[in-house]
Design a protein around this ligand. Structure first.
Ligand code: BGC
Length: 766
């Protein structure tokens, strides 16, 4: 019988102790008379767990051996659907095994409680635009601390889906359009989120504690989940190279980072729903990559009683008694259906054992079985996390334009000289309200509204002049006319799952176009029109969105342009610091900003059938088509300028298992300190690959964020690339292959090969 009732973990620990289910040596007999266990048995092998004498594997195996079929299947099933407990797996009372307690999500812990809120970080698109891996690790860790504080186990983050197109509604949740940036950012978050609380962290001294459990991150959504409007129907069709080279490498990085959980997505991939895809889950993730963790379905995603266990889906969330919201066309497939299928021989119990061993091992390894909830969490305040949110907002905002297009520092409009201004007008529908991104599963909320600073509040609090006024719309010439500066905050409105028709981008809601909403275009036009009668007026446009925007029709009239993304709870503070020059912007866009939407491949978000994924998107597409971007992937300005020189390659020829080492000098040629992101791209002009895709013009292979370079200071930056990272997927050989040839090298401040600072070179792999 499946048990649906709860029990306290403390009771569970006590029961487990009574049953002798504590750490045991390999091949011993437990007190439940389940016989000796062999940690090299086929179940352990199938779960990719260590075969050697491993106390945690032994313990998990001991528990598995003590379980009935119903108890095993219970581990694989979420709660009966109920809007209030859809994140809580059931506890096994007899054996004292707590169920997993899940919680979203990617921009902070999604937990509402009247006593405390959690930290709302800038969305992942903003954090990726910092290119700061150590900051992302700390943010992952800060989320994990808050998860422990609210008593959950599984953090449903990071989202590491490709931003195949900027109109994808969930682009904000992910780290951009490049697989290296996506994968390294995701891995950094995972390292932080899965930190071991017992181990001292030099970057976070004094935080090691005893007697606690470890949070598990969940990389999602596996795989080819890049369209919202049709997400539960669409069949993403990918040829092998496109799948392997463009849509999977960042998931491989998450696996290599030791991610505990992978979430299988709603969509179909090459004909099968992701929750029963033999190709992606069983063959690639579990067999080829030797993934040791467990796979959970996205909530209510379509699975199958017979084929999901075979494909390697370990947990169905939530398991249902049948009452689903009508928008989901799911039916439950684990729970009693699975017990019956095993009983009648349609599903092998070996598959059940593998799944349950993975789950039990995760519970043992991460301390869930031994966690005493009576232990008081040490985290009671989150000021340190809010400081990280502020830092990410500062570093993730991208200065796209500053003064005339032909830029010289002397003509810069930003930073503003507050002492020379008397009035600033801040306009925009969301200039003075909490608009921190999607209101779907990635929603995270600050309970204490006082902790949030809106753009208007940030500017008002920082400005020492006479007045800062705020209005939703322009058209108030009388109010605006005496302003020295108009800051137009042009913002998309998030989509709320329950009200998706009112939202403009978010979960379940793709954007309808890449233009700004009409209300913002009107505001910009009205503000710019005033310049004809007020020649000293400056118009600064601040864009808030999760993805790139087409600006060509109005950007000439703007004196400065900033991309703020959804910059989290401290957005207003960071924005004001940048506008007034207390912080020098250093962000670089994690997505290409094309001149026209038609410069990109077509985004098909209406077709519920086959959608063929192209090998090219983003900057790789623009490069291949020879189309210049408005703002290239990796682009962003600073209040200083940098000069790149002396590109040097340690060894110009390396072996296929060697590592390329490159140095470049970066000089701060202005008069304020600044941080610079140095990017390394490799080009494939000499490729011999002549299939339909060939090879890209170039792609990102390394980057480094160089902090605080003083005026006139030169830093030598070293970047490395393993030759194995240059491989393409050889479809005929079904293997990765590194071409032995001369490669081009591009090292500079963005992906724009025409940037005067772009240095070029070459090296050979033989
Ligand atoms: C989303 C997931 C999320 C889950 C639970 C789904 O709709 O796609 O990202 O983790 O809900 O909230």
């Amino acid at each position: 019988m499946l048990r649906m009732t709860g029990m306290t973990p403390a009771l569970g620990v006590a029961l487990a102790a009574l049953l002798g289910l504590t750490t045991l040596a390999t091949c011993t007999t437990d007190s439940n008379n389940t016989g000796p266990v062999d940690t090299c048995d086929p179940t352990v092998r199938r779960a990719n767990l260590p075969c050697e004498d491993d106390a945690e594997v032994t313990r998990a195996l001991q528990i598995l051996r003590a379980m009935s079929l119903e108890e095993k299947v219970q581990q694989m099933s979420g709660p009966t659907y109920n809007p209030n407990n859809m994140f809580d797996q059931q506890t096994n009372e007899r054996l004292g095994i707590p169920g997993f307690l899940f919680m979203d999500g990617p921009r902070g812990v999604r937990w509402y409680n009247s006593d405390y809120g959690t930290t709302v970080f800038p969305v992942a698109a903003a954090r990726a635009s910092t290119w700061n891996l150590e900051l992302e690790r700390k943010i992952g860790k800060a989320c994990a601390k808050e998860m422990r504080y609210v008593g959950r186990h599984i953090l449903l983050a990071p989202t590491i889906n490709q931003v195949m197109h900027p109109r994808w509604g969930r682009a904000q949740e992910s780290y951009g359009e490049d697989t290296l940036l996506l994968g390294t950012m995701g891995a950094a978050f995972i390292h932080g989120a899965q930190y071991d609380p017992k181990v001292a962290d030099p970057a976070d001294p004094g935080t090691a504690v005893e007697d606690t459990y470890r949070i598990q991150a969940c990389a999602k959504h596996f795989v080819a989940n890049n369209i919202e409007d049709t997400r539960i129907h669409v069949n993403a069709v990918l040829d092998e190279r496109t799948l392997r080279e463009v849509y999977l490498p960042h998931f491989k990085k998450a696996v290599d980072a030791g991610v505990s959980c992978v979430m299988a997505s709603y969509n179909r991939v090459n004909g099968s729903y992701a929750c029963y895809s033999q190709e992606t889950v069983r063959d690639i993730l579990k067999t080829e990559w030797k993934y040791q963790g467990w796979v959970v379905s996205d909530w209510f995603a379509k699975g199958n009683t017979l084929t999901s266990p075979a494909a390697g889906l370990d947990i169905e969330m939530p398991f249902s008694s049948g009452s689903f919201p009508s928008i989901f066309e799911s039916e439950y497939f684990y729970g009693l259906s699975l017990v019956t299928a095993v009983g009648s021989g349609l599903v092998s119990e070996d598959l059940i054992d593998e799944a349950v061993l993975r789950i039990l091992y995760a519970k043992v390894h991460n301390g869930i079985l031994d966690h005493d909830p009576a232990w008081t969490p040490w985290l009671t305040k989150s000021e340190a996390s809010q400081e990280l949110a502020l830092q990410a907002a500062r570093e993730g905002m991208v200065l796209l334009k500053n003064g005339p297009d032909a830029r010289s520092l002397a003509d810069d409009v930003l930073p503003l000289d507050a002492s020379a201004l008397s009035k600033i007008a801040v306009i925009g529908k969301f200039a003075n309200s909490e608009n921190m991104g999607d209101k779907g599963s990635s929603d995270a909320k600050v309970v204490d509204g006082e902790l949030v600073t809106t753009p208007f509040e940030g500017i008002r609090d920082a400005f020492s002049g006479d007045t800062v006024t705020y209005m939703e719309v322009a058209g108030h010439e009388a109010d605006l006319a005496d302003a020295d500066v108009i800051v137009v905050v042009a913002a998309y409105f998030y989509a709320d799952l329950a009200r998706s028709s009112s939202g403009e981008e978010g979960e379940w809601k793709d954007r309808v176009s890449m233009n700004l909403p009409q209300r913002d275009l009107t505001n910009i036009a009205d503000a710019v029109a005033l310049k004809s009668t007020h020649p000293n007026l400056k118009v600064v446009v601040v864009m808030k969105s999760g993805a790139s925007i087409v600006v060509k029709d109005w950007v000439a009239g703007a004196d400065a342009l900033l991309m703020s993304w959804y910059a989290g709870m401290k957005e207003g503070t960071a924005l004001a610091e940048i506008l007034f020059g207390d912080v020098n912007p250093s962000g670089k866009v994690c997505q290409s900003f094309p001149v026209n939407e038609s410069d990109l491949p077509v985004f098909d978000n209406t077709n519920k059938g086959d959608v063929v994924y192209d090998y090219y998107h983003g900057y790789r597409w623009l490069d291949k088509e020879g189309i210049a971007a408005q703002y290239a992937f990796g682009y962003g300005l600073s209040y200083t300028t940098f000069e790149y020189a002396n590109l040097s390659v340690a060894e110009s020829t390396i072996g296929a298992d060697g590592t390329l080492s490159v140095t470049v000098d970066v000089k701060n040629a202005g008069d304020v300190a600044g941080s610079e992101v140095v990017e390394l791209y490799v080009g494939y002009a000499n490729t011999g690959v002549d299939d339909a895709w060939g090879r890209p013009v170039k792609d990102l292979k390394a980057f480094a964020r160089v902090e605080d370079i003083a005026p006139n200071e030169t830093r030598t930056v070293t970047l490395t690339v393993d030759a194995s990272d240059l491989a393409y997927w050889d479809t005929g050989a079904e293997a990765w292959k590194v071409e032995k040839m001369a490669y081009e090298l591009f090292v500079g401040p963005s992906s724009d090969a025409s940037d005067p600072n772009m240095l070029t070179g070459s090296f050979t792999v033989n």
